[in-house]
Design a protein around this ligand. Structure first.
Ligand code: PLP
Length: 506
């Protein structure tokens, strides 16, 4: 940009010798040749960064406030060069990055990253449409419809969820699983309110809302509780069984009790792959119970849903035909960069009608012939996210995506075996998918000290969880660069930290 005036033959100066920015012939933008150099340089940087990510310290070694002294107090008045910006990435940004794609990162659940998705996001950034209606960019809507069908078929979702079945159902890309849970809750709320208004025309909306109650397992993600708060309804946490699963009997008991108390059950979240321990609620039991009581079933498979592209993991989806909505995050475990949360609805009209406001400026002649996704989500604006699904599905193929899932599962098994061979340790839950829940035998305090030591050493990064007052460490396989040697390295780190902890105790 700093050079653009030199290359622009029509650049003019005003009387004071300054470039007149109001003159439309004076370029204020980065020109295409410079953009190409900048972007190529960034692509080189990205490839170097990712290919050598293993060598970086996974957790940054900075203190809060580290960044401000490294940059000026205010934005520059004059344009700078892109080379200066590039140089500041290592100086300013990288020291404060937690490297989520390092094979040494085992915290939370994975977030996806692949070259095809990065390139697709570049194109999305260039098209930069806001695809809130079909006419706002037909390709944005139509590719999304098609990709959600491709993906639904990969998971073997029942045809009722797919747009290609010709029924009411269809899919949408939400930003996050949390949004999907909230959208489903609002759809369920609208549906139940309509039913209750018909049977109790004398009840006002306030009375009805005060009686609505939803359900999830005590192991459900915090976003479920939050959806209840945002939706202004009661959500009840139902105890999970000893394997951390929501069972049909427990759900039925809670619903019966609430009915006896004059409440109106309307919504149940079934989690396939809980955050704490990757437990699978029994959809085959909970779904029929919820259906019997006319309660909307939302399936939250945020992390583990990606594994359902592998036939050997699909048994966890047994009962899927009872669900009203299903959601998982390709942006977690299916190599599609954030944000891409796939949601399917059997009957989207409940959600579409719940959110329908129709100002004149958003209407168009083709309304009704294709989805206007603005009605399926909370915000109005939406990026062209289907592109990254399209690129990833085509450039990996189902086979390689399945191989990615299977590798991660095998690395978790490898780590678990190393863990159980050390008599100081025990597994805290069944090893499911790419997650190992483990702990030192003994007190919670011992394990808290161990985790502090592991993260303090900065070589690998883990986070804890607690179920029924038992504190444990979670080792999630997160990186697409992970190899068996990385698992050995991570185990050795855990073991070395345990040695240190033992020394300390002596
Ligand atoms: C089971 C489950 N549900 C929901 C979420 C929230 O996902 P998001 O960040 O996409 O809202 C998570 C995050 O890890 C999760 O594990």
């Amino acid at each position: 940009m700093s050079k653009s005036n030199k290359t622009n033959p029509t650049a003019r100066t005003n009387g004071a010798g300054k470039v007149d920015k109001m003159d439309p012939d004076v370029s204020i933008d980065m020109e295409a040749p410079e953009f190409k150099d900048f972007a190529k340089s960034m692509v080189d940087y990205i490839a170097e960064y990712l290919e050598n990510i293993r060598d970086r310290r996974v957790l940054p070694d900075v203190k809060p406030g580290y960044l401000q002294p490294l940059i000026p107090d205010a934005a520059p008045v004059k344009p700078e060069s892109w080379q200066d910006v590039m140089q500041d990435i290592e100086r300013v940004i990288m020291p404060g990055i937690t490297h989520w794609h390092s094979p040494k990162f085992h915290a939370y659940f994975p977030t996806a990253n692949s070259y095809p998705a990065i390139v697709a996001d570049m194109l999305s950034g260039a098209i930069a449409c806001i695809g809130f209606t079909w006419i706002a960019s037909p390709a944005c809507t139509e590719l999304e419809v098609a990709m959600l069908d491709w993906l639904g078929k990969m998971l073997e979702l029942p045809a009722e969820f797919l747009a290609c079945s010709g029924g009411k159902g269809g899919g949408v890309i939400q930003g996050t699983a949390s949004e999907a849970t909230l959208v489903a809750l609002l759809g369920a709320k609208a549906k139940k309110m309509k039913e209750v208004r018909e049977t109790h025309p004398d009840w006002d909306d306030h009375t009805i809302i005060s009686k609505l109650v939803g359900y999830s397992s005590a192991q459900a993600h915090s976003s479920v509780e939050r959806a209840g708060l945002l939706g202004g309804v009661k959500l009840r946490s139902v105890p999970a069984d000893e394997q951390n699963r929501l069972r049909g009997e427990a759900l039925e008991k809670a619903i019966e009790q609430d009915l006896a108390d004059g409440l109106i059950p309307f919504y149940a979240v079934v989690t396939l792959g809980t955050t704490n321990s990757c437990a699978f609620d029994r959809l085959d039991e909970c779904g029929p119970v919820a259906n019997k009581h006319n309660v909307w079933v939302h399936v939250d498979a945020a992390y583990a849903g990606s594994a359902f592209i592998c036939p050997e993991h699909r048994h966890h989806m047994k009962g899927i035909e009872t669900a009203d909505s299903f959601n998982f995050n390709p942006h977690k475990w299916m190599l599609v960069n954030f944000d891409c949360s796939a949601m399917w609805l059997k009957d989207p009209s409940w959600v579409v009608n719940a959110f329908n406001v129709d100002p004149l400026y958003l209407k168009h002649d083709m309304q009704g012939s294709a989805p206007d996704y603005r009605h399926w989500q909370i915000p109005l604006g939406r990026r062209f996210r289907a592109l990254k699904l399209w690129f990833v599905l085509r450039l990996y193929g189902v086979e390689n995506l399945q191989a990615h899932i299977r590798r991660h599962c095998s690395y978790a098994q490898q780590f678990a075996e190393l863990c159980v061979q050390d008599s100081r340790f025990e597994l805290a839950a069944e090893v499911n998918m790419g997650l190992v829940c483990f702990r030192l035998k003994g007190s919670n305090e011992r394990n808290e000290a161990l985790l502090k030591r592991i993260n303090g050493r900065g070589k690998i990064h883990l986070v804890p969880a607690k179920i029924r007052d038992v504190y444990f460490l979670r080792m999630a396989v997160c990186s697409r660069f992970t190899r068996p040697e990385d698992m050995e390295y991570s185990w050795q780190e855990v073991s070395a930290a345990a040695d240190e902890e033992e020394q300390q105790q002596k």
